[in-house]
Design a protein around this ligand. Sequence first.
Ligand code: MLT
Length: 409
Amino acid sequence: MATVNENYQKLPGSYLFAEIARRTNDFAAAHPDVDLIRMGIGDVTRPLVPAVIEAMHEAVDDLACAERFHGYGPEQGYDFLREAIVAGDFTSRGVDIAVDEIFISDGAKSDCGNIGDIFAIDNRVAVCDPVYPVYVDTNAMAGRAGFYDEAAQGWTDIIYMPTTAANDFCPALPEQTADLIYLCSPNNPTGTVLTHDQLKTWVDYANEHGSVILFDAAYERFIVEDDVPHSIFEVEGAKTCAIEFRSFSKTAGFTGARCGYTVVPKALERDGQSLNAMWNRRQTTKFNGASYVIQRGAAAIYTPEGKEQIEQTIAYYQENARVIKEALEASGYTVYGAVNSPYVWCETPGDIGSWEFFDILLERCGVITTPGAGFGPAGEGYIRFTAFGDAEATKEAMHRIEDLAFDMQ
Ligand code: MLT
């Protein structure tokens, strides 16, 4: 008889965003007249830019013609995209990354989850708290997280590193040695960033302890401040201790199109093994590459027109972030993030819990957010807003919340 992966039985009932969707759908079914404004999952709303669309159309035409047809592509991605990434994201910032250190995928979420395949089960995992749930849930699925402790709201074998206003959103180095360390900057969910010096502390720690940093830079394009690295490889020593995940989802509106990439430096070795070679082996076995059409679209964001067009889209979301931050502050809320990020992390009023405030905003304002507690124990008492919505809807949501603040006084 087949048996199942028992680690799945230990997981919370549903993935955070699936739970929010369920609650929202139930509310919408019961209140069909409410005009809901979605500020929960970080899903983009602006269309793909013209340069991307044009490149994708041309790529479809390629597939329609025998001479330019493409079947299976390289599992690591086409060189036209890998080369554009090296030049556009790394060489331009003075970082030396080789084409064969770039692996194109269908997005950062898959890679963040799949990377665990190349690490042993007994690695000790450390995450910031609050944290993007994919890091924790995928390690729990692999059996690397121990048991879920309801009282502590966390997994017994995961090292949670509180990342809150109390430590200026920079986690302290863990007391127990961490083997795999997930860092995300600009951070999901708090919208805060790690500076060059803060990241250097982590790089030094990882090199000293033989740890590997799994660095999620999905929101890199939102960075505006100078002292914030766009890549962990801007920090000296990172090539011997870090893997970086990048995504075109938030950069260029690819949440539906699906494309991202992972950088695994060739200098990164553990147990005498090259992690680049291992990831290559994993990808060539389990993945047949992202689609040709999508990779052509992604390459177009590195052309001068594409670059300028996606900058306009990012500016649109940055303006939303500013509107949300200022409106919430004007209503008396304490907020973080929003400056280098599309996420606004807001303290809930009084002693109202995250899920309770989520319900209040849903029921009284028709605004869907994400409760901080869904991101880990230290997220309790916070709510996350995303700036990826329509500009008018974002302003309307803020008007409704201003009225609520007045109401609650
Ligand atoms: C989020 O809302 O945290 C993200 O959109 C989730 C994701 O990128 O998978």
